[in-house]
Ligand binder design. Structure first.
Ligand code: KG4
Ligand code: ZN
Length: 382
């Protein structure tokens, strides 16, 4: 590039870094149809503001099938996305012409849903001339603590939900180092399967947590997989098998399980997940500190709502002398405000996409990390 062109480019980038930006975010990678508007005016010293955040869940559509059905999800996104965008703009009191850009989840996720969002974003960008920024869904989760708590890079992030489970060292809007993760199920998935095995309602996490409150945590000692390995990788599928065996032993012995048996099983299961997450977090903090001066540890994902798990993580953070940050639950679970924010961050970093933006079913955040085995209930995500 010629010097003048490079300087002009640099000037534009610098202006973009400090200029107030208002972005529309679009999210449709799983079973939530979401749109949001986020504004950030860094010169004013203000924290970013979520002007609106619309999330239309699809739980009722998938309830009869015991999991998310990709075709049903894609169709529902295609039908509801433009409505969600209209609502997000109306709630923000803005028109498309008031925006500075459009951010959209371009992966990883269920491809039909991701495609619906990307096509809509491209249409809006082509129609308005607004810049288009493709966002990695996992980056959306991982950058949320900057939106909610203004965390400085680098920080350690634990994503823990029904579809994700990984430790990330966040060093910049597009600079993530994966330190470890599950090699099979995600913890939320294990909670959901546990609920199913015990005849409890879905999603299983909150129900199992309530059951566990009345249970004896010492009665069933379930395995803590992979703690014998020094790394930050985790495994949760064996836990579910152990629970199944314990349940079947009770059934064989007494012909069924009592309410107290169920509570004790839930307590034992939850304690095992909490122990694994706490111990692996302790190791991830050490691994992160070997690479960078981390400012904090943050969590995102539905499982982070669990009080026993959260208390375990808080204790580990306190022992390591690090602040523990957990964004409000509505921003920990899938939403489009995190996508709008990640779009603003990427845009400030010079990130732009054109009509060639691809929807990607897989998109690891850390391209240097070895691919993980296994998959979550929503398919292999990263
Ligand atoms: O982040 P999320 O809403 O969606 C994705 O998976 O992307 O997480 C949902 C998962 C479900 O598996 C649910 O059972 C789990 O989070 N979950 C919980 C709790 N609340 C939700 N797991 C354990 N304890 C909870 N209180
Ligand atoms: Zn997610």
């Amino acid at each position: 590039m010629a010097t003048a062109a490079r300087e002009a480019d640099e000037e534009r980038r610098t202006a973009g870094m400090v200029r107030a930006l208002t972005f529309l975010g679009i999210e449709s990678s799983c079973d939530d149809t979401a749109a949001a508007v986020v504004r950030h005016a860094p010169q004013s010293g203000e924290a970013p503001r979520i002007l609106s955040s619309v999330v239309e869940g699809q739980a009722a559509l998938h309830a009869a099938f015991g999991g998310v059905v990709p075709e049903i999800a894609a169709r529902a996104h295609a039908e509801r996305l433009d409505h969600a965008v209209e609502r997000a703009l109306a709630e923000a009191g803005l028109a498309l012409t008031d925006l500075d850009g459009i951010a959209v989840t371009a992966g990883p996720g269920l491809i039909g849903g991701v495609l619906s969002g990307v096509m809509l974003a491209k249409g809006l960008s082509a129609g308005t001339g607004l810049p288009l920024v493709g966002v990695n869904h996992l980056a959306g989760h991982a950058l949320t603590p900057r939106l909610t708590n203004g965390l400085d890079y680098p920080y350690l992030m634990l994503l823990v939900s029904g579809g994700h489970c990984q430790f990330l060292l966040a060093r910049g809007p597009e600079d993530f180092r994966r330190l470890g993760g599950t090699i099979d199920d995600a913890p939320g998935e294990a909670f959901d399967k546990t609920a199913k095995l015990l005849g409890l309602a879905q999603p299983g996490g909150p129900v199992v947590e309530v059951e566990a409150e009345g249970g004896d945590v010492r009665r069933f000692r379930f395995p803590r997989p992979l703690l014998d390995r020094p790394d930050c990788d985790m495994s949760f599928s064996g836990l579910k098998t152990a629970l199944l065996r314990a349940r079947d032993a009770l059934v064989a012995e007494k012909g069924g399980i009592t309410v107290q048996d169920r509570r004790d099983l839930c307590a034992g299961f939850q304690a095992a997940v909490a122990d694994v997450l706490a111990e692996k977090t302790r190791r991830a903090i050490n691994a992160a500190r070997d690479l960078a001066a981390v400012t904090a540890i943050a969590v995102a994902g539905g499982v982070a709502a669990n009080r026993t798990i959260r208390a375990g993580l808080e204790a580990v953070a306190a022992r390591a002398g690090l602040p523990f940050v957990a964004p409000p639950l509505r921003l920990c679970t899938d939403n489009a405000a995190m996508i709008a924010w990640a779009g603003i961050e990427r845009f400030r970093d010079g990130g732009r996409d054109g009509m060639e933006l691809q929807a990607r079913p897989r998109w690891p955040l850390d391209r240097t990390a070895a691919p993980m085995l296994g998959s979550g209930k929503r398919g292999v995500k990263a």
